[in-house]
Ligand binder design. Structure first.
Ligand code: ARG
Ligand code: ZN
Length: 885
């Protein structure tokens, strides 16, 4: 089924400052698909009109098109001879066209040979599309850019036995049967949209229906469409969808705008999910869940992504992006919206903790290496390479900072203004910020640097208390290291939400210069300069400043001493900041342990760290989820980020030693918590229930480190008896770290039980890919040849190769270089099948400068080997070249 793609000649990079409005606009698009896996005929009828704003009066019509077998072109109904148009690798050019005309094209495409999963493809015998960012040009000839918004109709014709279900965007308007027995359905989308939001789904899927009544009383039919056998795993997704629809009405005043909303799930998918108008298409991993197949983390992820794609209906679909440089306009804003939804519908502090952890693990690492780029990149070769943590997660932080600066009320007015003014059009980041400025009066000129400058600012503070004057002076300094192409950085405008905590643990009153009265509680300082002083008067006692409450800016803070951190961890009134102070304390203790190991000394575990963990255990009853998060030691990525030269072996050993020491000190308390899950309790996703499951897994990790024999026993018991996947997988992951017969037995049992379930099998691969056991390299090598491993399935590739490269610091970075060679070989192989998946995996090599010279040479060597392949795709080449620089 796979054909080696012929790399197309590298197009010149696109640049933001070269934007030019389209030469032609498209008013309507009428599509007819004769669906056939080997040869699908696509007829497209476009009504076009010249766009004055383009500026060149006789510009030719240029349509994008890739890999299309063109059969005919008609202009205003007249067939064009081959002398009237030029057909190239990237599209079709027609000269001397009138100012207004219709264009009819007919092409043949082969969905079953589309292993790139971009455009129209076949998965499990069913047809799906993925058009963002530039997949529509693989379906038909079209000006495939988001500022061309048109009204679409789509008629799908197919064999009714093979494809009983025929879906596209908008509303179904007609259907029938042809004399040859094939059936057809016609869909009409009343809302103008860019081509990247086009979608069709055709196949033999099972549909689960429900309904939603909007706040103005309109009835919306909801459908989730899955492979036969999966219909018992959609309740959660459906509940999430309805919750998200309600929340968007309540929180943002946005109501759904069609009579029907469909979600289709597909097991071969390049990304997580896609917000096609009225027909979202999802990776099965982000729809299907049952307590015995999905972990709590899966449930939460599904909730957030269902909400995210639904929220795109307004921030993305109704108001879209003028060009792909504006990608964060829809993605950063929509991630912000899904974060707010998560905070409002679960636990605000916990959800912020989890979001910030993710930002740090993925975005800070990106910002610190050769792949660093601004939230709005200035140039790209393949836009698919810019669906990054920076555009998404940092983009969401930028939106959050705007709200922190102007306040919730002005932000909401600005948001409403942005939607109203840009509805049914393609907007820019400036349009968004202008609406915020107009509603708040705030001048965002300096703030715009967050969109333009890459890199994570370092924020350092110093505090000085003058007891006689009752004055506290806080000095803030910011510094941002150079990133590729940006040697010099101008200071950012950093909102620092803060408060002052007194020696007794209570919030102190203070009067900041310029304020009329003293008050306590959180205020927002605006740091504009490289260095700035803030003077607080009427401060009764020496304070510990609590800075960046709720993580008010995506920066790295330093300046606290350990006593200050301990004080904040115990007393801060902001839940996020309490956790943060504890994590920072633990991070420093572990960095000390790493340094001791590197000097050849024994690790002495800080008694204060043990005491903090004991205090967290005291929360086990009342706040188990928070307890679990506090008890989770900082991740290897967090520790690596703080080291001048990353030493994976020392990181691993320091974590193991510390975990064992804490585990020994609090052994019985951990043992009591990691007993079997209560199988009689009904399954619940409330924070306390999830917290207890998380706590059970964390406790088990401590017990195994402290007392391997008892731990192994407890792990086996938990693995065998836990009623949820969370408990079972937690135990299995810990077993997988041990090279024991218990591990082998558990993995074999799990495989036998679940090999028929693709998503659970992905977990089986992922756990082994991330294991720390000494034989991991051999085992991962073997798994690349396992009968169930399939390069063509992105989920499976990610579960094994990406999980190993990104999630197994110990063995991917093994000093032998075997881990690097393995991943490089797999990237080369997958590139022949699916370039987007290959290109995304290359970032595992981007941290090479952070390692010792020997590892540096090996990692560079792996990138060079990839680049030496003349058949390497342009997508992978762009990433490898950037990572290598
Ligand atoms: N817009 C989708 C989202 O919600 C992401 C799809 C991007 N796909 C791609 N192949 N680049 O985030
Ligand atoms: Zn999105």
């Amino acid at each position: 089924m796979t054909e080696r793609p012929v790399p197309l000649p590298d197009a010149a990079p696109r640049r933001l400052d070269e934007y030019r409005p389209p030469a032609f606009l498209v008013d309507t698009v009428d599509l007819i698909f004769d669906l056939d896996p080997a040869a699908t005929r696509v007829r497209a009828s476009l009504t076009l009109r010249r766009n004055k704003a383009h500026g060149i009066a006789d510009a030719p019509l240029e349509l994008d098109g890739e890999g299309l077998d063109l059969r005919s072109v008609l202009l205003d109904g007249e067939a064009l001879g081959a002398n009237r148009y030029a057909l190239g690798d990237h599209g079709l050019t027609i000269r001397d066209v009138p100012d207004e005309f219709t264009l009819d094209t007919e092409v043949i495409i082969a969905p079953e040979r589309n292993s790139e999963l971009s455009g129209l493809y076949v998965s499990g015998g069913d047809f799906f599309t993925q058009c963002e960012a530039e997949g529509f040009r693989r379906i038909t000839f079209f000006p495939d850019r988001p500022d061309v918004m048109a009204r679409y109709t789509a008629t799908l014709i197919a064999d009714p036995a093979r494809c009983p279900l025929l879906l596209s965007n908008g509303n179904p308007v007609d259907r029938g049967t042809l004399p040859d027995g094939r059936h057809w359905a016609k869909w009409e989308d009343p809302h103008p949209k860019p081509s990247y939001l086009f979608a069709l789904v055709a196949g033999d899927l099972v549909s689960v229906h429900d309904a939603f009544v909007t706040r103005s009383g309109r009835q919306v039919q909801l459908g989730i469409h899955v492979r036969r056998g999966d219909e018992d795993k959609v309740d959660h997704a459906m509940a999430c969808l309805k919750r998200a629809m309600r929340w968007d009405e309540e929180a943002f005043g946005l109501e759904y705008d069609l009579d029907i909303f469909n979600i289709a799930a597909v097991s071969d998918f390049n990304m997580g999910a896609m917000e096609n108008k009225g027909l979202n298409i999802f990776n099965t991993a982000l729809v299907l869940a049952r307590p015995d197949t999905a972990t709590d983390a899966d449930y939460q992820r599904i909730d957030r992504v269902i909400a995210h794609e639904y929220f795109h209906n307004w921030t993305g679909d109704r108001v879209t992006c003028r060009d792909w440089f504006q990608l964060s306009l829809k993605e950063g804003l929509t991630v912000f919206r899904d974060q707010e939804y998560g905070a409002a519908t679960t636990d605000a502090a916990l959800s912020r903790i989890d979001d910030v952890k993710m930002l740090r693990a993925r975005q800070f690492a990106e910002d610190a290496g050769p792949l660093a780029h601004p939230v709005r990149p200035a140039a790209y070769r393949k836009i698919d390479n810019f669906y990054t943590a920076t555009v998404y997660e940092k983009g969401a932080e930028v939106v959050r900072m705007i709200r922190t600066i102007i306040g919730h009320a002005a932000f909401r007015r600005g948001f409403d203004r942005y939607i109203a003014r840009n509805d049914n059009s393609a907007a820019t980041i400036e349009d968004f910020v202008a609406a915020m400025r107009e509603e708040s009066g705030f001048d965002f000129s300096q703030f715009m640097r967050w969109y333009e400058q890459a890199g994570t600012p370092q924020l350092r503070f110093e505090g000085e208390y003058d007891a006689a004057a009752r004055r506290y002076t806080l000095t803030l300094r910011q510094m941002t290291a150079p990133t590729p192409g940006q040697a010099h950085k101008e200071p950012f405008l950093i909102p620092v939400a803060m408060g002052l905590i007194g020696p007794d643990g209570a919030e102190l009153e203070a009067r900041l210069e310029g304020e009329a009265d003293a008050h306590r509680g959180t205020r927002v300082l605006l740091l504009r300069a490289a260095e700035q002083r803030f003077v607080f008067e009427e401060v009764a006692a020496p304070p510990v400043p609590s800075l960046l409450r709720g993580f008010s800016a995506p920066v790295k803070l330093s300046g606290h001493d350990t006593a200050g951190l301990a004080h904040l961890a115990a007393h801060d009134t902001d839940g996020f900041s309490r956790w943060e102070a504890g994590q920072e304390y633990a991070t420093r203790a572990l960095l000390d342990a790493i340094a001791a190991l590197q000097r050849g000394e024994a690790v002495a575990t800080d008694p204060a760290l043990v005491a903090a963990m004991a205090a967290a255990l005291d929360l086990a009853q009342e706040a188990p989820a928070l307890a679990a998060r506090i008890l989770s030691l900082p991740g290897k990525d967090v520790l690596a980020d703080r080291m001048a030269v990353i030493d994976p072996d020392a990181i691993h050993e320091a974590l193991e030693t510390s975990r064992a020491a804490i585990g020994r000190a609090l052994r019985d308390r951990f043992a009591a918590l990691c007993g079997a899950e209560d199988a009689s309790a009904p399954f619940s996703l409330d924070p306390a229930s999830m917290g207890r499951r998380a706590l059970g897994n964390v406790a088990l990790a401590y017990l195994m480190a402290a007392d391997p024999a008892a731990g192994l026993d407890a792990a086996q018991r938990r693995f065998e008896t836990a009623p949820t996947m969370t408990g079972r997988l937690g135990a299995l992951a810990l077993l997988a770290d041990t090279a024991t017969p218990a591990r082998d037995a558990a993995l074999a049992a799990f495989h036998a039980r679940w090999r028929g379930d693709a998503l659970v099998s992905d977990k089986w691969f992922r756990i082994q890919a991330m294991a720390t056991a000494p034989d991991t390299l051999d085992r991962v090598e073997a798994l690349t040849r396992h009968a169930d491993f399939d390069l063509r399935n992105p989920n499976r590739f990610r579960a094994l190769v990406q999980a190993f490269g990104a999630g197994n610091q110990r063995w991917f970075h093994d000093a032998s270089g075997r881990g690097y060679a393995l991943v490089a070989r797999m990237i080369g192989e997958v590139d022949r099948v699916n370039r987007q998946i290959a290109a995304r995996c290359i970032d595992v090599f981007a941290s090479w400068q952070r390692f010792d010279p020997a590892r540096q040479a090996l990692m560079r060597g792996a990138l060079d080997a990839l680049l030496a392949d003349p058949a390497l795709s342009a997508n992978a080449r762009e990433m490898a070249e950037r990572a290598r620089a």
